[in-house]
Design a protein around this ligand. Sequence first.
Ligand code: FAD
Length: 482
Amino acid sequence: MNLSKSLVWFRRDLRAFDHAALHHALRCSQQVFCVFVYDTDILDGLPRDDRRLRFIHASLASLDEELRRLGGYLIVRHGSARDEVLALANELGVDAVHTCADYEPLAIARDTDVAQQLAAQGRAFHSYKDQVIFEKDEVLTLAGQPYSVFTPYKNAWLKRLAAHPETLAAYPIDAYAHAFAPPASAPALPALEDIGFESGEPPLPAGMEGAEALFEAFVEDIADYGRARDFPAEDGTSRLSTHLRFGTTSIRHLVRTARQLMLSGAGGTGASVWLSELIWRDFYAMVLSQNPHVVERSFKPAFDAVQWDIGPDADALFAAWCEGRTGYPLVDAAMVQLNTTGFMHNRLRMVTASFLTKDLGIDWRRGERYFALKLNDYELASNNGGWQWAASTGCDAQPWFRIFNPVTQSTRFDARGEFIRRYLPQLAKLDGKQVHAPWLVKPEVLAERGVVLGQDYPAPVVDHDAARRRTLERFAVVKKAV
Ligand code: FAD
């Protein structure tokens, strides 16, 4: 390729290092412009105080600063991304638009449309792998089929990486920086208020430097990850999911480091456990790409026969779950964490999703949509995969007859009740054992600790054992199919 002018369209890849589309555009063009569009096709349904917009806004400022250091700049537009990109390509007179591939069905439809319209203007559209290590067709069974079980997928993934270590090579930017179009007439980046959102601090340190600071701190303790990652009161996970979602870090950089720590032994067992989690991310991206029906329906069609939301209380129970009023402290504390911070620990995502689907009998799609609205790190493939795992409808999911007991989960993973007390201060005076199931404590003892059940904290909205029996009955329709 030998292009005169190119436009790099940033979406979920807000960084200026190890960036596939930016690298290729700079290498093959004489002049490269960069754009990000606040896409009204996505933003229009979001609340005005959405935390993710604050993260994106701060990350764009950091991206623009880095592009300027390299000699370029970032153009930021607000409108329908399809229209804005086409209009800008026309205005600048570029030969091609370059992007990093996005595998969500709506993004694929948008990109196909943009590519066709660009072609009609005589311009090319190039999309590069960047967000995952291996795309949907790169790790297949010996029979050439996609995997539907994680462990053999992971083994094949690791084998392919060992055979092709160049997959992890970084895409250099600095060496080609002379091709950036200089920032002569660049307008300032718009404020969030300008596009109809409230400004404020991002929910976690944003941008490339925010990601790197988190990663460096995490690597210090990575050896203990295998143990610490299960305890929500501990700071035992990387918290990099939001950075991975918006591409302020590079998946190749993370995998490269985890693999080096694993192979050198410096990362203890934790490095290989963490690498497995990164492979789960590729796995769910592959599952979505190979099976786009999971967006609406169960991965396993037989599970579409399961009845959800039965009973007149379904809406009230769903509201209690959303608002952290189920009467099960670990579930409620987790929902308060989600509602107040936009983050929820992985163990608690499993517990709350299991509780909604198996204890309350609510359709997993309602919970999935609620998480999509609230999670800072929301991304379709992992969220859908996690929900279908918990609801037992998914690919390599929790067996349907295995139902988390929310009290046992609480005593195992928050034994001293530290996490619960952090998010439910009304239970702060209950001791270690009492805090997991306040309804089992004598009312006079509760009163001494300042808790009146039904007033300061709700009584359980369901009885777990009865709910468990009902769920096993509801799932009986799939017994023959699995
Ligand atoms: P770490 O433990 O440090 O893991 C490192 C990275 O590995 C994560 O940042 C993430 O990219 C990836 N990862 C870890 N666990 C998983 C997993 N089970 N599936 C896929 N990738 C994983 N993750 C999202 O990024 N976005 C979501 O919308 C999302 N929704 C979920 C919904 C449910 C019901 C469940 C059970 C899990 C969901 N997860 C989701 C996966 C997981 O909970 C988060 O990735 C993790 O909690 C993020 O914290 P961390 O970055 O500290 O993770």
